[in-house]
Design a protein around this ligand. Structure first.
Ligand SMILES: C[S@@+](CC[C@H](N)C(=O)[O-])C[C@H]1O[C@@H](n2cnc3c(N)ncnc32)[C@H](O)[C@@H]1O
Length: 230
């Protein structure tokens, strides 16, 4: 098994364990990512959305509320997806259990094209982000946008990454540092035009949702990169 495959396996096994509590814990990055997406709601109106690494389907609710025409969520963790399926029975929503690369290829088969491809709090688990960015880009319709909202590298430098506790045990998931520059360059190599890259500090709506986020006030917690297919 390659190192990347072994990281993916470790990561998915951990998410299988985390699934039952993922939506219940105070997760500051989830809160801030939700606030960032809310600022982008207009891009989701009428859009066909593909989310790579959809987890428990948290963002599907936001997409539909923003007026998305359809939503496909792909994830490799059966337990995370089970939560998503429990959350949604909606003819506009489809779930796919798959590795990110294989899933993106399947979703784009038969010429299906998406107006938004979303990667939210996923890329930290991949050492090499380029193949997934390229796979997502390949499914974008003309005028479509790839939106990435990810762990800020300065938090990674402080040892912060996805983690959770089971009983007394703290589990830390494989986590890799990625900069905006790296993501921007990967979108360029995938044939997209980078249109936005922003550091996000905690905002009032997210702080109202997450008590833990207060630890990071005045520090960037997320990096967002958006690129378009012309
Ligand atoms: C932190 S969760 C984010 C979920 C969702 N995007 C959100 O914002 O709540 C990361 C998700 O990526 C999925 N994931 C990570 N690596 C993956 C891989 N190689 N293939 C498929 N899914 C993967 C995990 O199973 C997990 O559900």
């Amino acid at each position: 098994m390659t190192t990347a495959a072994s990281h993916a396996q470790t990561c998915l096994a951990a998410y299988d364990l985390w699934a039952a509590t993922y939506d219940r814990i105070d997760n500051p990055l989830v809160a801030q990512a939700g606030a960032v997406l809310a600022e982008r709601a207009r891009w989701f109106a009428g859009a066909r959305v593909l989310e790579l690494g959809c987890g428990t389907g948290r963002n599907a609710a936001f997409c539909l509320e923003a007026g998305a025409a359809g939503y496909v969520g792909i994830d490799g963790s059966a337990a995370m997806l089970a939560q998503a399926r429990r959350r949604f029975e909606d003819s506009r929503v489809a779930w796919m259990e798959a590795d990110l690369l294989a899933g993106a290829a399947r979703a784009g088969r038969k010429g299906a094209r998406f107006d938004v491809v979303l990667l939210c709090l996923v890329l930290e688990h991949l050492e090499d982000v380029e193949p997934v960015i390229a796979a997502g880009a390949a499914t974008l319709a003309r005028g479509g946008r790839l939106i990435m909202v990810e762990l800020h590298p300065s938090l990674h430098d402080c040892g912060i990454g996805a983690n959770f506790t089971v009983g007394e045990l703290e589990l830390r998931l494989p986590s890799f540092r990625h900069t905006a520059e790296e993501l921007v360059q990967a979108t360029g190599r995938a044939g997209l035009r980078p249109i936005l890259w922003v550091d996000h500090l905690p905002t009032a709506p997210a702080l109202a949702r997450s008590a833990k986020l207060a630890r990071y006030v005045k520090r960037p917690v997320l990096v967002e990169v958006v690129a378009a297919r012309d």
